[in-house]
Each structure stands twice: as C-alpha cells, then as structure tokens.
Design a protein around this ligand. Sequence first.
Ligand SMILES: Nc1ncnc2c1ncn2[C@@H]1O[C@H](COP(=O)(O)OP(=O)(O)OP(=O)(O)O)[C@@H](O)[C@H]1O
Ligand SMILES: [Mg+2]
Length: 262
Amino acid sequence: MNAVFASRTAQADEASPPVLSVRGASKRFGSVLALAGIDISVSRGEILGLLGDNGAGKSTLIKCISGVHRFDSGSIIIDGAITTIRSPGEARFAGIETVYQDLALFDNLTPAQNFFAGREISGPQWLPRGLRFLKQRRMDAETEALLGNLKVTLPKLDAVVAMMSGGQRQAIAVARSTVFARKVVILDEPTAALGLRESRQVLDLVATLRDQGNAVILITHNMEHVIELADRAVVLRQGRKVGELVPTKDNKQELVSMIVGA
Ligand SMILES: Nc1ncnc2c1ncn2[C@@H]1O[C@H](COP(=O)(O)OP(=O)(O)OP(=O)(O)O)[C@@H](O)[C@H]1O
Ligand SMILES: [Mg+2]
C-alpha cells in the first residue's frame, strides 16, 4: 500500500476530525425560519446524505456553506478553524466546490468553457489570437480526456450546454467538481430528473469524489441512492435537524418516517 492511499484510508475512519462542521446555524427569510440551530459535520473520504422533504432547508443550508447566502447566526468550521465565507469565491478558496440544484452550468458555453469558467488556463492577455486559440484547444482536449477518464460520453463536445440533455448537463457539472475539488464537495440533488443510466453515471462520479479523499455532502430525495452511497444521513424537517443515522436497507422506513414526520 502506498503512503497516499494509507493516509486516505486513515482519514476516512471514524476518529478522523471533520474537515467541515456547521454549528448552531440559523437562517430566516422574512417570516420563514428556513434553518433553526443546525449542526452537521463531514470528514474526508466520507459521504454525508442530507435529507428532508421539499422546503426542509437543505438548499438553504448548503447555499450558506457555499457563500450564496449568509447564516444569521452559527459558524462554519473548516479544518478546525472558524471560517467566514462571504461569497462563492471565498467558499471555493476555502476548498468547497458546489454543484447547485439550479444554475449548475452556463447554457451558452461549451462543456470545456464550462469546465474552465472563472479559471481559464492562465496566459497573458496580450497573447496573439492564434495562441489564444491554442489555449482553447488545450482546454477542449483536457476536458475531453477528463470526461473520457470518467466514462462520461457526450455526443458533441463543441455544442453549447443548452443543447444537451439534463443527464448530460448534470454529468458535466459533477465531472467538473471532480477536477477542482480540493476538500469538500456539495451536490444538491445531482440525480434529480435523471434516467437510470444517467443516474448511474452521476452516482459513480460521486463515489469518485469520495475516493479522491473529499468530504462529500449529497442532497437527494432518493433513498436507494442514500443507502448505496451515504456513510451517514442527516434529516432536516422545517429547518430543524430531526435525526442522524447510518442508512441501511433495514432502517429505510425509519428514515422515511423522519423525513415526513410520521
Ligand atoms: N431566497 C429565498 N427567499 C425566501 N425564502 C426562501 C429562499 N430560499 C428558500 N426559501 C424558503 O426557505 C425554506 C427552505 O427552502 P430550501 O430551498 O432550503 O428547501 P429544500 O430542502 O432545498 O427543498 P427542495 O427539496 O424542494 O429543494 C422554504 O420555505 C423556502 O420557501
Ligand atoms: Mg433544495
């Protein structure tokens, strides 16, 4: 066993300190208390399932972690240090990659342009046009190689994303996070509205993210996906954390009851 693999395995065990924790997080939108004193934590090499019915507060929680919203109160702790996240850029800088439920990709860009949006392969702006074109070619080639490695197949790499199916778009968005993830990856319903084959592809990518040593937060309404992938599941209901357990086939019904509050 090589050293890198050994350290990853060690990091994944229960004794490993959480890479990301949220403590006492609350958030109000006008009269709606979207989050009420939530605590969660996730370690490297671990997948945390975040469950709850529509409107439970899942997206609000992860949008606060990824800098889209701010908690009214509560703290975010990254690698043991209280961290202020004021924008999506700051979240990224802190090592948090997010695949949002909405707005996962730019419609008018190609997959390669989406991959490198905001972090184009660097080179001086005064480069002659021909060389900029080479940069584009390199980004295209890297994107194609990467999607190939991940076994994500697209009919046409040079088409803009608006022309692609929901599954293809979702696969691109998740594949993108496997490249840039450094610590924490948050996926908000990455398999929503996908067919079986497309879901499979995305679930395999989620497992890849975990195997890369990332801490993964997976939001989904699909119990089979939670049981297959999540090491732990946290259930939110009306902004409160109502349960936390290791999801298995045997406690699926218990999980569903927690979600709906039966
Ligand atoms: N930007 C916003 N402005 C006002 N209210 C909001 C906003 N975002 C969310 N809410 C409210 O906060 C509550 C939690 O919403 P949230 O989107 O976090 O739920 P969710 O658990 O992600 O649901 P779903 O499974 O449907 O995606 C809901 O009552 C919602 O209407
Ligand atoms: Mg949501």
